[in-house]
Design a protein around this ligand. Structure first.
Ligand SMILES: Cc1cc2nc3c(=O)[nH]c(=O)nc-3n(C[C@H](O)[C@H](O)[C@H](O)COP(=O)(O)OP(=O)(O)OC[C@H]3O[C@@H](n4cnc5c(N)ncnc54)[C@H](O)[C@@H]3O)c2cc1C
Length: 152
């Protein structure tokens, strides 16, 4: 597997920059490169000891964005990390080089009319989700840690 820095060496800086611009234009969310406003905040996770620098961060806003990001990583053989709530102690939501697929903008919750089925997007965090879920047939427990996402 390669990462964004290695790929740049192969394609040449100009070619890579154009490829990245094209990818960024196709996303509905933001594509962040090192040094861009918001890049450092986006790569920060719960474990403050984790200090990794993705080659790119795709801040996905919907499933189509996630699909584009996965396709981009596959096409360019990039290392991938997926960020949900960013709460895993090992910091596996963020990689050095490669592409971080940041799902944190995807935090919508839909509860059906009966209150028996809820859909929670992959970037939703526990504390932000629970007030709405408390009105459902199966309210979540109150004592959970507030900041993890839902992949667990
Ligand atoms: C202090 C502390 C307290 C905790 N308390 C609790 C608790 O009360 N209850 C509990 O159940 N757990 C608890 N945990 C465990 C925590 O919930 C798990 O680490 C969980 O994985 C965090 O989810 P996240 O979305 O925030 O993780 P992230 O760090 O974003 O992701 C964790 C892993 O899952 C991958 N991933 C994330 N989203 C996706 C996706 N959509 N598709 C594929 N892969 C994905 C990431 O790449 C990463 O490898 C605690 C952990 C800590 C450190």
């Amino acid at each position: 597997m390669s990462d964004a820095r290695l790929l740049r060496d192969v394609e040449g800086q100009a070619g890579w920059d154009a490829t990245v611009r094209q990818f960024g234009a196709a996303l509905r969310g933001s594509l962040l490169s090192p040094g861009a406003p918001g890049y450092d905040a986006a790569r920060r996770v719960w474990n403050g000891m984790i200090d990794r620098n993705p080659g790119l961060i795709a801040q996905c806003v919907d499933a189509a964005d996630v699909q584009r990001a996965v396709d981009f990583a596959r096409t360019h053989r990039l290392l991938v990390a997926v960020r949900g709530g960013g709460h895993h102690a090992a910091g596996t939501a963020v990689c050095d080089g490669g592409l971080m697929i940041d799902l944190s903008p995807m935090h919508g919750i839909t509860v059906d009319a009966t209150g028996r089925t809820a859909s929670v997007e992959a970037g939703a965090r526990w504390a932000a989700s629970t007030p709405r879920l408390r009105r459902t047939a199966w309210p979540p427990p109150r004592e959970r840690c507030p900041t993890p996402g839902w992949p667990d």
